[in-house]
Design a protein around this ligand. Structure first.
Ligand code: SF4
Length: 192
């Protein structure tokens, strides 16, 4: 059974999809390797590509602040990863084939970190976890079982920074929901 370090080492030299051509570094994931809470984003942006860490730019700082305020957690208590580990050029959306190529890395992270609660940030991460074509606006506000884990979809912080007050309040409410699930005894709710 490979460890998280083994999987990261493999990802660092990956050329499975075209995104490897434009990357500065592979942004594998950070945080507590045994965290009960995992955040899943879309893909690295410019700053993340330079630093090799997810969510370190403006939207990352915003996410850190909301997580601290609504959940009382710092990022070192969570695990944070993206659907694709290399930056899409010009911050374009990752293509379905790129997400699929990177999926074995994500699946291994999920298995090895083994979180109780997963917060998906935006459409791409939510689609990856829930295999749905529905948009985040419709999906957020509820909890979805995924095997023995619970998925809480919410907006991508970059979208909230652009979107204004209502999405900000909704994202805060989603994080409070995730915190309540973390604190509750492990039970998987019925599908909505
Ligand atoms: Fe490999 Fe994923 Fe990077 Fe594509 S995005 S090159 S699959 S690590």
């Amino acid at each position: 059974m490979p460890t998280l370090v083994d999987v990261e080492r493999e990802a660092m030299s990956c050329t499975r999809c075209a995104l490897h051509r434009g990357r500065t570094t592979v942004v594998f994931g950070v945080g507590d390797p045994h965290a009960e809470l995992m955040f899943v984003g879309e893909g690295p942006g410019e700053q993340e590509d330079l630093e090799g860490e997810p969510f370190v730019g403006r939207s990352g700082r915003f996410l850190d602040r909301l997580v601290q305020e609504e959940m009382g957690l710092t990022r070192d208590r969570c695990y944070i990863a993206n659907a694709v580990k290399c930056r899409p050029p010009g911050n374009r959306d990752p293509l379905p084939a790129e997400i699929e190529a990177c999926r074995p890395f994500f699946d291994a992270q999920l298995e090895l970190v083994d979180p109780k609660v997963i917060v998906t940030l935006g459409n791409f991460a939510t689609k990856l976890l829930l295999s749905t074509g529905e948009g985040i606006t419709k999906l957020r506000g509820r909890v979805y079982p995924r095997g023995r884990r619970l998925v809480v979809p919410t907006y991508h912080p970059a979208a909230v920074l652009r979107g204004g007050g209502e999405t900000r309040a909704q994202m805060r409410a989603d994080l409070v929901r995730a915190a309540q699930l973390l604190a509750a005894p492990t039970t998987v709710p019925a599908a909505p």
